[in-house]
Design a protein around this ligand. Structure first.
Ligand code: NAD
Ligand code: GLY
Length: 386
């Protein structure tokens, strides 16, 4: 990689090459590359052969924009005559129709045509919203993901799920729409709060039990250094996560089968997020704890032995994530476990009211299955903080 003088941190050329990787998502004529590197935003190599257009729009937020929007704007200004920047308020609460509309307002207010290219500079909230805006504007314009959280680098920027929330449910309005490319700059993770790093690690850990036990063992060995921000180790974690996600998405882009395994821990996690109120626990925190619950359910169904569940739980804990679920309560009179069940019934995987869980096997694979409510309640009670 060729470093530009803008690069704001020091990684020598040898190290830079060692942390540079490309992973391809194979989807026929919608295939694209995930480019991973330290300083990738500042590297002119990242921005070769961009889609041709007069106008580009960088969508970011009020936290990430001040840190990185100028660098991205400068990097792409050689290609685009007009580069606009839209800074949305920061937070899941703004991932809604009203703030999506601001993207369309800016595009239409500047006579942006159907070749206009959108750049999503931020975490999963900005990536999901920008992708959905790109899918809709003039029936579809190109977009590029520049994910700036660990979670978005290993999961949300890859695979084409785009959405905004509706008051009735998270990510309920959206589209499958693939980006043209994904640029993962490991250097931007240095400004990420530690709690967000841990949340991203939940989505990294998930790939181990569902697809690659040797990766899980590697994470076990290197967890402390990953949390401390070791660039070479983070590069491997992002690369391996993206490879596994690419393998799954390439087989099942629209989640009619195997893609559902990427939701390991998410069914219980969704109940935690919804039951506590979205934003109380971070998505990755809820997924981490949800993986513990889903692993215990898999054990109770005879799919995996208890020492494996305990080892997975210890790794999740060392990632800085909660492993005991919260007690849920409201004024309905339902018990905490019953409230978990009621939230899980509105999960997108549920069919005709039946909750479908991602269950793990002991050979590094996963499957979707159902379980009796009574057994699920027992697992929840055993896994919750008393
Ligand atoms: P986020 O986008 O809210 O980012 C987390 C926080 O980190 C925000 O405050 C953000 O401003 C800040 N931030 C981002 N990059 C930073 C940086 N480099 N330095 C300092 N601060 C930075 O949250 P997230 O965890 O990235 O994404 C969660 C969202 O992703 C949810 O809306 C979820 O539904 C979605 N998601 C989508 C998919 C998918 O497949 N599309 C998968 C998983 C999650
Ligand atoms: N994050 C799950 C998926 O992309 O399918």
């Amino acid at each position: 990689m060729s470093a530009s003088p803008l690069t704001p941190f020091s990684v020598d050329t040898t190290d830079r090459d060692a942390v540079t990787h490309t992973v391809q998502i194979a989807l026929g004529d919608r295939s694209y590359d995930i480019c991973i590197g330290a300083g990738a935003i500042y590297d002119s190599a990242s921005w070769q052969q961009l889609p041709k257009a007069q106008t580009a729009l960088i969508v970011t937020n009020t936290t990430v924009g001040p840190l990185y929007a100028d660098a991205l704007k400068q990097a792409i200004s050689e290609t685009y005559t007009h580069v606009h920047v839209l800074s949305l308020p920061d937070g899941e609460a703004y991932k809604d129709w009203q703030h999506l509309q601001l993207i369309f307002d800016l595009l239409l207010g500047n006579q942006a045509d159907r070749k206009t290219v959108l750049f999503a500079l931020g975490g999963g909230v900005i990536g999901d919203m920008t992708g959905f805006a790109a899918a809709c504007y003039m029936r579809g314009v190109p977009f590029i993901q520049v994910p700036t959280t660990l979670l978005s680098q290993v999961d949300s920027s890859v695979g084409g799920k785009t959405a905004v929330n509706h008051p009735a449910g998270k990510n309920m309005i959206g589209a499958f729409y693939q980006p043209e490319r994904v640029i993962c700059d490991l250097a931007v993770l240095s400004t990420l709060p530690p709690r967000e790093v841990s949340a991203g690690l939940a989505e990294v850990i998930k790939y181990g039990p569902i697809a690659d036990l040797s990766f899980l063992a590697w994470l076990d060995e290197h967890m402390a250094a990953l949390r401390a921000g070791d660039t070479a180790l983070l590069a491997h974690a992002v690369k391996r996560s993206c490879e596994i996600k690419a393998w799954v998405v390439s087989q099942d882009e629209r989640e009619s089968g195997i893609r559902a395994i990427l939701n390991f821990g998410h069914t219980f996690g969704h109940a935690i997020e919804a039951g506590l109120g979205f934003g109380t626990w971070l998505h990755g925190e809820a997924v981490g704890c949800g993986m513990v619950m889903a692993a215990h359910l898999s054990h109770r169904l005879g799919l995996v032995d208890l020492p494996f569940v305990e080892r997975l739980t210890a790794i999740i804990e060392r990632a800085g994530l909660p492993t005991k679920g919260p007690i849920l309560s409201d004024d309905s009179g339902l018990s905490s476990a019953e409230l978990y069940l009621s939230h899980m019934r509105v999960d997108k995987k549920a069919q005709a009211g039946a909750i479908r869980f991602v269950l793990i096997n002991d050979n590094g694979s996963a499957q979707v299955g159902v379980a009796d409510d009574a057994l699920v309640c027992e697992v929840i009670e055993a896994c919750c903080a008393i």
